[in-house]
Design a protein around this ligand. Structure first.
Ligand SMILES: C[S@@+](CC[C@H](N)C(=O)[O-])C[C@H]1O[C@@H](n2cnc3c(N)ncnc32)[C@H](O)[C@@H]1O
Length: 683
């Protein structure tokens, strides 16, 4: 009977540890029974469960052997009942011995449990919308590239620079005795998925002194302080393996994954995982030498205080540890600038920890791996701010009693009957209790954008956009699509800030990163976490300008700006007759804006949708433009939204950029047949 490839792979993985098929086979059979043939549980974490089970069975056999052997204790002492941790004083020299490396007599740590998380396969981007549209309504938002310089071809990252791709074969060392506590044993997992090596090192004796308390890396008090008869043990388990991920635009297989586990023993009964998937996937991150990292954290603490600080926080300490891993992995020096890795001087990059300068709930980092783009020059503002003439009248008196829910309390979403604030969305809130857009609401909004011809257009008698271009002889209105609004509870409402109908006003909560795209679009934004469909990502924040002010900016502009950032707030122009200039507004994030200013355009099948949101004023000249995911979005997938540009409109004051969104439904005809030149544009 042919042997299943999964069995062969399991054997191979164990063989790489020096464990023979013969020894593995019975363990594997038992494990398959135990796990109900769920192979993924066995394969997860480089066959961690199998390795654990193997060592456990080995230990059981040894115990049995000892029980059967004649008792030879001199002083009548019973042989110690071994738990799952073994004494560190034992010397180790092979993977086989890793089970015997560590010991604790009675830690109170429960016996090992098998790690049962399954690895989530990376998602690929969704494709397959019906057809593209280039309706006039799409010009409600303006965006352009006035001058597109020839861009250097951005080479794909050298895959070898990923720790997950680089061979660590040369890093195999023999285990070294750890005479003092805490003992650090490093197991360095080969990057090859099927090869696994247990490697120990430890020429350093990492020890963190915080005043009189000596702490081991597992957070337990050091046994050497005499408080414990047992030894605190720490195992460092370093593991990298490849996983596949298809990036949205270039379909490259490019992701690797790495972890360092600091564990109570090789069995990992209790462990702290340093997970640097994020750093490895998207940066020139090299797994740093952990001893060096520990040393740098120690030095930092020793520098700041020689004694235990009264405000000592273990959380902070662990946080420092993670930061140090990142910094050293990125070769960042203390000032935050970068040093090129010694082996490749050309590969330097820039990293900003938080472009929001602390103004958002979450940090938003910026990473430039190519140094081919100028650093963005703008002022980060987390919310819209009037530039000068815009008439944004925020006054409680303007909110009618029917337009708020003064009698509510707590969370409006938990009411048996939706309150007044749901009226605008048909008597139902737009948000679910999970804080996501409801499926039906999202579907309706999507349909308005994707099939605008089926929805309502309005044409102004005298269009503010056209008027701003030519006051005396404005062109006919090109049309504005009437949009669906969300109305959130606000200050006249009785509910609290955690009410489920206050999502946009609570601000950004997702981890985002600004990065340099490889397609020549300049900077872009990606999430550092998976985002479920209907998640609020951010609002488009900028200066609130009148259309005339915007037009003046465009005309008076130097024309050298490669990217432009204006968005027209015309979602409700249909309900207004004779909009005055100060009421016809737009947002410009060129000089002042938030993270949304970096989100690029994608024709038709973008993963974000912009939805107008009424928060503080019932008059809809001014509103918030919020960006939500319109499908599940994987971490690191570029976030895009359809700016609604009409690439055929050559009369527009802002010349549309050459679109390189890569969508099969790209509306930019200039791009048809030029796909191969995606990275190089010459005007
Ligand atoms: C709102 S900004 C987006 C952030 C911008 N990429 C940056 O580096 O600051 C809009 C500008 O980005 C560029 N851009 C956005 N989407 C694009 C696309 N699909 N193709 C080419 N350029 C794009 C254009 O220059 C556009 O004017």
């Amino acid at each position: 009977m042919p042997v299943s490839p999964r069995v062969i792979m399991a054997f191979n993985a164990m063989e790489a540890l020096g464990i023979s098929k013969k020894e593995v086979k019975p363990v594997l059979i038992n494990l398959l029974k135990l796990y109900d043939n769920k192979w993924e549980l066995i394969e997860d974490d480089n066959y961690r469960a199998l390795i654990d089970a193997y060592f456990e069975s080995k230990e059981d056999k040894q115990e049995e052997h000892k029980r059967k052997a004649p008792i030879s204790c001199h002083d009548g002492e019973r042989p110690k009942q071994k738990r799952h941790l073994v004494d560190t004083d034992n010397q180790v020299s092979s993977a086989d011995n890793s089970r015997q490396v560590l010991s604790v007599e009675d830690t109170g740590i429960p016996p090992k449990t098998f790690k049962q998380e399954t690895m989530k396969p990376p998602q690929t981007s969704r494709q397959g919308m019906k057809s593209a549209t280039s309706s006039h309504a799409f010009q409600r938002r303006l965006s352009d590239e006035k001058r597109i310089p020839s861009l250097p071809h951005m080479t794909a990252r050298d895959r070898k620079s990923y720790p997950g791709a680089a061979s660590s074969a040369g890093h195999h060392e023999d285990p070294i005795d750890e005479p003092i506590n805490p003992c650090i044993q490093r197991k360095n997992m080969s990057t090859d998925h099927y090869q696994k090596k247990l490697i120990t090192s430890g020429t350093e004796k990492p020890k963190l002194h915080l005043g009189s308390v000596s702490t081991s890396y597992n957070g337990l008090p050091d046994a050497s302080n005499g408080n414990h008869s047992i030894k605190s043990l720490t195992e460092v388990y370093q593991n990298t393996h490849k996983i596949e991920d298809k990036s949205t635009c270039n379909n490259n297989t490019r992701t690797s994954k790495g972890n360092i586990d600091i564990a109570s023993s090789p069995l990992g009964e209790v462990k702290i995982s340093l997970n640097f998937d994020a750093a490895i996937r998207q940066t020139n991150f090299h797994i740093p030498n952990l001893d060096g990292v520990m040393k740098s954290v120690e030095e930092k603490y020793l520098r700041t205080s020689k004694t235990v600080e009264p405000q000592l926080s273990v959380t902070k300490l662990l946080n420092d540890l993670c930061r140090s891993v990142l910094k050293m992995g990125l070769n960042l020096n203390r000032k935050g600038s970068t040093q090129a890795p010694a082996e490749d001087k050309k590969k330097s990059f820039r990293y900003v920890d938080d472009i929001t300068k602390g103004s958002e709930n979450v940090k938003i980092s910026l990473l430039d791996e190519t140094e081919s783009e100028d650093f963005p020059k703008f002022n980060y503002i987390p919310c819209n701010t009037t530039y000068q003439s815009a008439n944004v009248n925020i006054a409680l008196a303007r909110i009618a009693d029917q337009g708020c829910c003064a009698d509510c309390s707590g969370d409006c979403l938990s009411l048996p009957f939706p309150c007044a604030c749901s009226q605008d969305t048909g008597g139902e809130f737009a948000y679910s209790s999970q804080g996501l857009l409801k499926e039906k609401f999202l579907k309706d909004c999507m349909s308005m954008i994707k099939e605008p011809q089926d929805h309502h257009y309005v044409y102004c008698n005298e269009c503010p956009i056209e008027r701003s271009k030519n006051e005396t002889k404005p062109e006919p209105c090109k049309g504005h699509l009437v949009r669906k609004f969300i109305k959130e509870c606000w200050r006249k409402c009785g509910c609290d800030m955690q009410c489920g109908n206050r999502v946009v006003q609570r601000g950004i909560s997702r981890k985002l990163q600004v990065f340099l795209t490889e397609e020549g679009k300049g900077w872009g934004v990606r999430p550092l976490e998976d985002l479920p469909k209907g998640s609020f990502v951010c609002e488009y924040a900028g200066e609130i300008l009148t259309n005339t002010e915007l037009y003046e900016r465009i005309v008076l502009g130097t024309g050298n700006d490669r990217h432009t950032y204006p968005v027209t707030l015309d979602a409700d122009w249909g309900s207004e007759v004779g909009l005055k200039d100060e009421e016809a507004l737009c947002l410009d994030a060129t000089y002042n804006g938030n993270v949304a200013r970096f989100i690029n355009h994608r024709c038709y099948d973008s993963n974000l949708i912009d939805i107008p949101v009424e928060v503080e004023t019932p008059d809809r000249h001014y509103y918030h433009l919020a960006l939500f995911t319109n499908r599940d979005v994987s971490a690191y997938e570029e976030l895009t939204w359809d700016y609604g540009i009409d690439f055929d409109d050559h009369t527009h004051p802002i010349k549309a950029f050459k679109c390189c969104c890569g969508s099969a439904f790209c509306r930019d005809k200039k791009q048809k047949g030029t796909r191969k030149l995606k990275h190089t544009y010459i005007e």
